[in-house]
Design a protein around this ligand. Structure first.
Ligand SMILES: [Zn+2]
Length: 374
């Protein structure tokens, strides 16, 4: 190495120790200008002598200049970092930042209790092979009533306080709402009245029209009834519906599926009670209840009568039954070849039980103080 190149290395060493001793950012800036400044820096000045050197020495000199520049620049960077860190420490020690200030609350989004319950229901039934499907909320009278063995004038219609859609508006709504994503459905007479579905059961017919057995679906969705609102009734509410059609399905399969559902949602110790009931579109029909998960079916707790089940020890959860042969024939199934079962219940009812919510209206008032607490 030439003498000149050695001089450059010495200069870098000198610069490094001066930089390490720089007391503040201003001193550091002055050193930066003095050693690596573009116009008057020592490195720049040294490089300006390059043309006067013998050609053989130039490459070594250039390399030495670059090496010196790199050493000086990394020393500048290191000392800059040290000065910034100690400035921050001084600020903290001098209480320029108040570390006792509570942090800003981060608001994290979450599912509504109704959505959470629907996801839980569909997750459990998916584990038993049921596919979740959705259907139109504006529905033909045919699907909501007639195809479910509830013809005009049938007394069961009185149970459903139905909201009707006027005939003029119904065409457009119907076209937008028809279909479940499968092949086109043979639409009933356009002269049929339309309504806001009063239950999710119309999807039993729509699914069977579009598919051949075996069928296994669970249908969560919004329903509407013209009803006065109280602690357990809303005019807009959610139901879940289940349908299974296959060869050789029996009431025993229905019980097995609902037993499993009850145990998965309310705990492995749950018992299920079936009692005869009546629905026009199932035969035989039953009402199912779970033994109360709060008092274990005793009807009493330490505090006295169990509030969750009203002291009965049972929680009525759903209606169910074997699909009526007439409903099967209507969609072109042969009741001598396939059978099936259906069940349906209220989503809010389960959500109230799961979250301990005493009043159904709390779900729909959009009061975040409540929704964030359950
Ligand atoms: Zn109870």
């Amino acid at each position: 190495m030439s003498i000149v190149a050695n001089d450059l290395a010495d200069m870098a060493t000198r610069a490094e120790s001066e930089i390490a001793a720089a007391a503040d950012e201003a001193a550091l800036d002055a050193l930066r200008v003095r050693y690596v400044g573009r116009r008057e820096g020592e490195i720049t000045k040294a490089l300006k002598t390059l043309p006067s050197l013998p050609a053989a020495e130039r490459p070594a000199f250039g390399a030495a200049a670059n090496a010196a520049r790199e050493r000086i620049e990394s020393a500048l960077e290191r000392r800059g970092g040290e000065l910034r860190a100690s400035a921050l420490e001084r600020d903290i020690a001098g209480a320029a930042a108040d570390l006792t200030l509570p942090p800003r609350r981060v608001r994290v989004g979450r599912y509504h209790p109704i959505s959470r319950t629907i996801r839980e229901i569909t997750r459990i039934f998916a584990g038993m092979g049921f596919e979740a499907v959705e259907g139109p909320e504006v529905e033909w009278d045919y699907y909501n009533f007639e195809a479910l063995n509830i013809p005009p004038g049938h007394p069961a219609r009185d149970k459903f306080s139905t909201l009707w859609v006027n005939a003029e508006g119904s065409m457009e709504v119907a076209l937008a709402a028809t279909g479940t994503g499968g092949r086109a459905v043979a639409e009933p007479s356009r002269r049929q009245p339309m309504l806001l579905r009063t239950h999710t059961s119309p999807m039993q017919i729509r699914v069977m029209e579009q598919r051949r057995p075996p069928v296994r679906v669970v249908v969560p969705g919004r329903c509407y009834r013209f009803e006065a609102t109280d602690a357990t009734h809303e005019s807009v509410f959610f139901q879940y519906e289940g349908l299974a059609i296959d060869e050789q399905l029996s009431m025993a399969d229905l019980k097995g599926v609902l037993y499993s559902f009850a145990r998965q949602i309310f705990g492995s110790e749950r018992k299920v009670r079936f009692r005869p009931d009546y629905f026009p579109f199932t035969e035989p029909s039953a009402e199912i209840a779970f033994d109360c998960f709060v008092c274990d079916g005793s009807g009493t707790t330490n505090a006295g009568r169990c509030a969750t089940c009203g002291g009965s020890g049972w929680i009525e959860a759903a209606g169910c039954g074997m699909v009526h042969p007439e409903a099967l024939r209507r969609v072109g199934y042969d009741p001598s070849q396939v059978q099936g079962f259906a069940f349906g219940g209220g989503v809010e009812r389960l959500a109230m039980l799961l979250t301990g919510t005493p009043d159904i209206r709390l779900f729909h008032q959009n009061d975040l103080r409540y929704l964030e607490s359950v």
